[in-house]
Design a protein around this ligand. Sequence first.
Ligand code: BTN
Length: 245
Amino acid sequence: FARKLRLLDVTSSTQEAARLLAEEGAAEGTLVIAEEQTGGRGRQGRMWFSPPHKGVWMSLLLRPRRPLAFAPQLTLLTAVAVCRAIRKVSGADAGIKWPNDILIGGKKVCGILIESAGEDEMIKYCIAGIGIDVNLEPEDIPAELRSVATSLKIESGRHIDRAELIAAVMNELEQLYKLHEEEGFAPIRLLWEALSVTLGRRVTVWGGRGDISGVAKSLDESGALVLQDEHGSDVKIFSGDVQLG
Ligand code: BTN
């Protein structure tokens, strides 16, 4: 990647800042990092709490020359990269909840939001938004999120250097992106499965088709989650929110 950094003090959302740069023709690898976001966005239209100085709030511009159908694989690839970087830098036992939440001890420590723009069925650009709760103290986390969210500092018991973490995420991403270009999704899928906290568990998915419950069995070759429902049939989930248990 070009690794052109844009460091912002405050912005509404690094996704928006990166989208503007993308529309202006910025190079693949352009990375927008903000100390604070006033309108941080999560998946499914949710907000993303992004207080100053204690988190990593960043968006990476990618320009894969691939069909739009490749976007879900990019989501899973990004989750693997971030999970590996978190494990390396903090030593915490982080895992991935389908498709791309990073959890430690059952609580969320990182969320990923991939937004793509297409043209003639091909990807024009993708913006990989990554939000990591790095040095937040328990009291920094809003009361209503404390049972479901945590930070690397809370889990590892030490201050984590954010620059080191960002560099580790970029290194992992670059390696996996290359691996995907050279060998396709198969090796990424294996890495994802090895880090997954979803597979083998009973899950409920809240998605377009209503609730579906079953046991998470595998990822298919496109990146969809394969569940076995109560009748023993396979059901493929392409998008949605997964609740474990
Ligand atoms: C989720 O789990 O719902 C995804 C959260 C993604 C948050 C990141 S923080 C950097 C980037 N800018 C945003 O507004 N959102 C993403």
